[in-house]
Design a protein around this ligand. Structure first.
Ligand code: S3P
Length: 442
């Protein structure tokens, strides 16, 4: 979303620390997939811990618009009456997916294979994001999809195409592209295989198997064939490690902090933020580790610790891809230099997260130098000032945590989209000790 004059502003007073036990909302990636696979399954799928954020509601509403009966969400509970792989109905109007890149890219694969046409729309931010990464391989499978000249939304999808499987080596490490092609593969003649250049989140593969769909994984390649079916199941969505990340960083940088985040998803394809923070010296311990519905979860305790700058290993980048706004704040509070390379993808997220974070850090007096594919940050005392989130939820939340170590208040503008992934953020953060207030229509 571009600058929105009525979008809330957060003001965070400096200092304090984070204490207590809390549970952040449900995992966004798993919540999206629970609706999609639940809708395509045979039988009734019950979801608990569903993230009631705007992005997931966009997915939920899209399936309602295609004739799927969905009850909820009520306190994180959703009940989906699956229509089977061939039971979706043509939507009466274009599907508006708001800010949600995951909804658009995964739905593109699914809808390319349906016997009806559809149109996918997004907000100003989503309308700038690259879609050729999904429409090109889908075209190779026989799909008929049009993007704008620039390769961006809206997507005009012409259904009734007969798709055929391909073996696709992804040029970028993207779970969205992988998932899009596997969903199209549910309908494609023959085998669809996707090979990733580096491991990315594997919730689609896990959940397809959880719904009883045969899928083969061999190293970096996942393959499936059409002709199977999805059988409804119950899904317990863990707390989102990407939302926990703000508290992991806040508690690490604020002296005296001791916080425990409950029931956090610690799928190995998502734990880059913990690996990177530990390499920087963070004190993070896991307890109560268990497998819930095929996904590993744990309680994560963080106590403040002095951080030091590191060269972030490139193999950790896809495993922490959404956590860099928070990690840049950790780097600003670390002693010495932190260097990030191999993270060009950050430039095409909900905002250009390299430029927008560098701009905000510079407002706070931090020596942060953006590079083409990353950033060099020299740990420095944080000043105060007003930073722009550019409507990016994770930028907004990251800068609120910077106030724990700042010399004066930090104002973060344009925070409306925090609701896309973390409804209730202000109350939860304030309850843990962050001196944050929200001004609406500021
Ligand atoms: C997601 C994958 C990631 C991530 C996004 C959610 C998913 O995107 O940034 O927030 O649910 O598959 P890419 O696959 O484009 O890296």
């Amino acid at each position: 979303m571009t600058q929105n004059k009525t979008s809330p502003v957060y003001t965070v007073e400096p200092g304090g620390n984070l204490q207590g036990r809390l549970r952040v909302p449900g995992d966004k990636s798993i919540s999206h997939r629970s609706i999609m696979l639940g809708a395509l399954a045979e039988g009734t799928t019950r979801v608990s811990g569903f993230l009631e954020g705007a992005d997931n509601l966009a997915t939920l509403n899209a399936f309602r618009a295609m004739g799927v009966s969905i009850d909820g969400p009520k306190a994180g509970q959703v009940v989906i009456e699956g229509v089977g792989l061939h039971g979706l109905k043509a939507p009466a109007a274009p599907l508006d997916l708001g800010n949600s890149g995951t909804s658009m890219r995964l739905l593109a694969g699914l809808l390319a294979a349906q016997p009806f046409d559809s149109t996918l729309l997004g907000d100003a931010s989503l309308n700038k994001r690259p879609m050729k990464r999904v429409t090109d391989p889908l075209a190779q499978m026989g799909a008929n999809i049009h993007t704008s000249e620039a390769g961006t939304p809206p997507l005009q999808i012409h259904g009734s195409q007969s798709l055929h499987g391909i073996h696709y080596a992804m040029p970028v490490a993207s779970a969205q592209v992988k998932s899009c092609l596997l969903l199209a593969g549910l309908y494609a003649e023959g085998e669809t295989c996707v090979t990733e250049p580096a491991p990315t989140r594997d919730h689609t593969e896990q959940m397809l198997q959880g719904f009883g769909y045969p899928l083969q994984r061999d190293g970096a390649t996942a393959c499936l064939s059409s002709g199977g079916k999805l059988s409804a199941c119950n899904i317990d969505v863990p707390a989102d490690i990407s939302s926990a990340a703000f508290f992991l960083v806040g508690a690490s940088i604020a002296p005296g902090s001791d916080i425990t985040l409950e029931h956090v998803g610690i799928n190995p394809t998502r734990v880059g933020v913990i690996t990177i923070l530990r390499q920087m010296g963070a004190d993070i311990t896991l307890s109560n580790e268990q497998i819930v519905g095929g996904e590993p979860v744990a309680d994560v305790r963080v106590r403040s610790a002095p951080l030091k700058g590191i060269h972030i290993p490139e193999d950790q980048v896809p495993l922490a891809i959404d956590e860099f706004p928070a990690l840049f704040i950790a780097a600003a509070c670390a002693e010495g230099e932190t260097v990030l390379t191999g993270a060009r993808e950050l430039r095409v997220k909900e905002s250009d997260r390299i430029q927008v974070m560098a701009d905000g850090l510079q407002v706070l007096g931090v020596d942060a130098r953006p590079t083409e594919d990353g950033m060099v940050i020299h740990g420095s005392p944080l000043g105060s000032g007003a930073v722009e989130s550019h409507g990016d939820h994770r930028i907004a939340m990251a800068f609120t945590m910077a106030a724990l170590r700042a010399a004066g208040p930090i104002r973060v503008r344009d925070c409306e989209n925090v609701a896309t992934s973390f409804p209730g953020f202000v109350d939860l953060a304030a309850g843990a000790g962050l001196a944050i207030v929200q001004e609406d229509n500021a």
